[in-house]
Ligand binder design. Structure first.
Ligand SMILES: Cc1cc2nc3c(=O)[nH]c(=O)nc-3n(C[C@H](O)[C@H](O)[C@H](O)COP(=O)(O)OP(=O)(O)OC[C@H]3O[C@@H](n4cnc5c(N)ncnc54)[C@H](O)[C@@H]3O)c2cc1C
Ligand SMILES: *[C@@H]1O[C@H](CO)[C@@H](O)[C@H](O)[C@H]1NC(C)=O
Ligand SMILES: *[C@@H]1O[C@H](CO)[C@@H](O)[C@H](O)[C@H]1NC(C)=O
Ligand SMILES: *[C@@H]1O[C@H](CO)[C@@H](O)[C@H](O)[C@H]1NC(C)=O
Ligand SMILES: *[C@@H]1O[C@H](CO)[C@@H](O)[C@H](O)[C@H]1NC(C)=O
Length: 486
């Protein structure tokens, strides 16, 4: 009742400019963005009986998770795996709902640029070693690539002195490992990543796949629509609603007003913003009224947002071995040198993997500036060059068919993501509280949180993942629920 009066008053005094024709409904909370963080917040608040409005700019739920049905399977254009099974909200939700998730073996089969087969055991051992040294960082932060290279060479001196002396192998091994790290981090180079990253792995197997179910199942479970579930009656989800302004009050008696690109506006006691760091970087100065405090702006500027992309081919039938799903491409210097000067991007695709949701698929992974470029190239160029790469490395003893379809991601061009996930770069150690500051709510004069921040980048240790994003949605929903109880 009180809220209703407030609306009438505000419309009469014109405090929010032109009143929209439809009388805006009042909600407890408006959630902006329906990715993993937003859906978890929506689920948590809805279960607690709150009246929730969710506004999503895209025409679908999921954000940086995008499961696309293809043939008799699915492919994942965004997130693919559950990284770790211990204390994972994502893994637990799957298990509690009897959704089988399966481990994907990511041991690489190795192909060289002359079409020969490389040593699988050695490459995987050296890669595992390289990834493991990250857990024991040097006292003084340094570029990750430099650190791994040093440790790796020490290790090889003991175990593989002959390989260490093979400069051609070392050059191309380091280049391959650089690209593997870039895939994990979404960085442009492993020397842009700091050894002092706070990223922490969950325990348990790191590559659990939703396979044919698709990662989208997580969102059905969260929103109570899995297996024809009824959803939440007190949760109102609106798609294709791009939010352009969040006006938040100092006065504890006033509402937050959220305005959309289509002119509609909505009011609520508080708002949870889950848009990506990439979107915040681009829009924060227009999105918030009043503008964000300087401290938060600095955090938005200083945490880096990277790009990882995919080019996914679907073939008529699977032509790679049934029991192997990851393939590494290791160049030889002379083959690389023989390439023309314009062959900039495709030789930097280091690996391909077979998606568990569709056995006839093959995914090429792009990173950094190369990933940004691939998003802008003509379809036929990407297809021709990528197939040329696959045939060069994997086609020595077989005829690789033309794909029947190609899909590619556009996480950087997409105005609602502007990148794939955040990472800790070389200057991050100078801003040790940046992610925590990003997560701090904006409060009114009574100290009540009115604009709250969730999303992958706001998690201090589990950023860049789906489980991290869901944790932040839960964190912010609970900030409101515990506040209300006081
Ligand atoms: C190619 C790729 C592979 C990945 N692989 C993995 C993996 O294997 N495992 C893993 O754990 N993680 C992986 N990730 C990372 C993971 O996908 C993200 O960390 C997670 O999905 C982020 O969720 P979020 O809710 O924080 O943000 P988002 O999913 O980005 O959700 C934010 C939502 O806000 C919406 N939005 C933006 N602007 C507006 C606006 N103005 N108005 C209204 N709505 C707006 C967006 O459309 C979006 O739906 C991958 C990501 C990519 C891109
Ligand atoms: C999962 O399976 C178990 C055992 O078959 C059953 O008891 C339980 O109700 C199932 N849970 C769901 C959510 O379907
Ligand atoms: C191709 O076949 C030959 C002969 O069977 C074999 O020696 C070689 O290892 C194969 N190469 C590849 C890349 O499979
Ligand atoms: C780290 O990333 C931030 C944000 O993108 C950028 O401003 C800064 O220059 C980067 N620092 C280094 C050392 O690359
Ligand atoms: C896959 O199967 C082939 C042929 O049966 C076998 O030689 C190979 O060792 C298997 N590879 C793995 C990783 O299980």
């Amino acid at each position: 009742m009180l809220r209703w009066c407030a609306i009438v008053l505000l419309v009469c005094t014109g405090a929010f400019g032109n009143p929209t024709p439809e009388m805006p409904a009042a909600y407890d909370t408006i959630i902006i963005g329906m990715g993993a963080a937003g859906c978890t917040a929506a689920s948590t608040l809805s279960k607690a009986g709150k009246k929730v409005l969710a506004l999503e700019a895209m025409d679908r739920i999921g954000g940086r998770v995008n499961t696309v049905p293809f043939g008799d399977g699915v492919v994942e254009v965004g997130a693919e795996w559950i990284h770790g099974t211990e204390q994972s909200r994502v893994y637990n939700l799957a298990i509690q709902n009897n959704v089988s998730v399966l481990p994907q073996d990511i041991d690489f089969e190795v192909y060289r640029s002359d079409g020969s087969i490389g040593d699988k055991k050695v490459l995987n051992e050296l890669m595992t070693f390289s990834l493991s040294v990250i857990d024991d960082p040097p006292e003084t932060p340094e570029p990750l690539g430099q650190f791994i290279t040093r440790r790796l060479k020490d290790y090889m001196k003991e175990k593989y002195p002959a390989l260490l002396a093979d400069q051609d192998f070392i050059d191309n091994l380091l280049e391959f490992l650089d690209l593997v790290i870039d895939n994990y981090e979404s960085s442009n180079s492993w020397n842009e990543v700091s050894t002092e990253s706070k990223y922490t792995e969950l325990g348990g197997y790191q590559h659990m796949s939703w396979h044919r179910h698709g990662y989208k199942t997580l969102f059905e479970i969260l929103l109570n629509t899995y297996k024809n579930g009824p959803g939440y009656p007190n949760l109102d989800i609106k798609l294709k609603k791009e939010v352009t302004q969040i006006a938040w009050p100092q006065d504890p008696t006033q509402d937050v007003v959220v305005t959309c690109k289509d002119g509609s506006s909505y009011k609520a006691k508080n708002v949870i913003v889950t848009v990506s760091l990439g979107v915040l970087k681009e829009r924060h100065s227009h999105l918030f009224s009043p503008a964000l405090p300087q401290e938060k702006v600095t955090s938005i500027q200083k945490v880096s947002m990277g790009v990882v992309g995919k080019v996914i081919f679907i073939f008529e039938n699977r032509w790679v071995a049934e029991n192997v799903s990851s393939f590494a491409f290791l160049w030889r210097n002379e083959d690389r040198r023989a390439l023309g000067p314009d062959e900039g991007w495709w030789p930097n695709i280091a690996a391909t993997s077979s998606p568990m949701g569709n056995p006839a698929g093959l995914t090429l992974w792009t990173v950094g500036d190369m990933a940004k470029l691939v998003e802008t190239l003509p379809e036929d160029v990407v297809k021709r060059k990528a197939m040329e790469l696959i045939r060069r490395f994997m086609g020595k003893n077989r005829t690789i068919p033309e794909p029947i379809a190609m899909l590619r991601s556009s996480w950087y061009s997409n105005p609602y993501t502007r990148g794939s996930y955040s990472y800790d770069n070389l200057s991050t150690p100078q801003y040790p509280h940046a992610r925590a500051t990003l997560a701090e709510p904006l409060v009114d004069s009574s100290g009540a949180p009115r604009v709250l921040f969730a999303g992958e980048a706001t998690d201090n240790t589990h950023f860049s993942t789906v489980h991290g994003a869901t944790d932040t949605g839960f964190r912010e929903a609970n900030r409101l629920l515990t506040k209300a109880k006081l």
